[in-house]
Ligand binder design. Structure first.
Ligand code: ATR
Length: 262
């Protein structure tokens, strides 16, 4: 029987998840159908219940429902608990399970570039939900230091206080976005600045060997800076594929190769 999957969000029409999951299905020979569901802003729980009530196998959750999905789950993975957000749902023994595969999506995207994460020093710009979700998977991948730089310094400090107990071996540090400095292996832009077309200033006192922009399909000043410095860079499509592969693996027990899809 064809397994049913979907991604739930609002808005949802731009989502590329159906094409990715259908491509993975074609590669692995799994019989599935994956659709987009536009949930009313005040009807998320109802949308989830209806989907699983009709025998659906798994849901991906996107903006703005990841925190609500987290709150709905009976069982959560460790990384979802730390992220406080869920992007992957499934039912098991009558219980709603939730995971967050976004962070691992970033890890595999960075590794696919050939960028070494073992003992790496990483600078992340931004201290919102996107950053929260990647700390634990980066720690698991062996990074040594993560500096979180944010426009609102207190938010970076709070995030670090929240997650440090879960990543005891990683050195975490907060920095003011206006006082960027230091030497890093990889810089990751997790701010929403590029989505709104805002400019991020990266001073010469800040050096890095590789740059990853979490957003994709946008002309960001962050990527322009990486180009000007002639260092390797990549954009968020590979992270999107990475998180989709992780969700696919949870649901279907098979893990397609990232390199085949980016
Ligand atoms: P997400 O869940 O995508 O991380 P978020 O929680 O709204 O979204 O967080 C957005 C992040 O982008 C925050 O770190 C925000 O900085 P503040 O905490 O100071 O608000 C950052 N951000 C958004 N617009 C920015 C801009 N123009 N310049 C710098 N940082 C920006």
């Amino acid at each position: 029987m064809t397994k049913q999957f979907a991604v739930v969000g609002n808005p949802i029409e731009h989502s590329r998840s159906p094409e990715l999951h259908h491509a993975f299905a074609a590669k692995t020979g799994i019989d599935l159908h994956y659709q987009k569901i536009l949930s009313p802003l005040d009807g998320f729980e109802q949308t989830v219940k209806q989907f699983f009530g009709q025998g659906g196998s798994g849901l991906n959750i996107t903006v703005p429902f990841k925190e609500q999905a987290f709150a709905l789950c009976d069982v959560l993975t460790e990384r979802a608990k730390i992220a406080k957000a869920v992007n992957t749902l499934w039912m098991e023994n009558g219980k709603l399970h939730g995971d967050n595969t976004d962070g691992q999506g970033l890890v595999v995207a960075l590794q696919a570039q050939g960028w070494n994460l073992q003992d790496a020093r990483i600078l992340i710009l931004g201290a919102g939900g996107a950053t929260r979700g990647v700390i634990y998977p980066l720690a698991q991948a062996g990074v040594k230091q993560i500096v979180i730089a944010n426009r609102t310094l207190a938010r970076a400090e709070q995030l670090i206080a929240d997650v440090q107990p879960f990543v005891a071996d990683v050195q975490l540090k907060a920095l003011d976005l206006n006082q960027l400095n230091g030497e890093f292996d990889i810089i990751v832009n997790a701010t929403s600045a590029s989505l709104s077309g805002d400019h991020l200033q990266l001073p010469q006192s800040l050096t890095f060997d590789a740059a990853y922009e979490m957003a994709y399909g946008k002309d960001s000043s962050f990527i322009a800076e990486a180009k000007a410095r002639q260092i390797p860079y990549a954009e968020g499509f590979s992270m999107l594929v990475g998180q989709a592969i992780e969700a696919f693996a949870i649901w279907n027990g098979e893990r397609p190769n990232l390199e085949d899809f980016i």
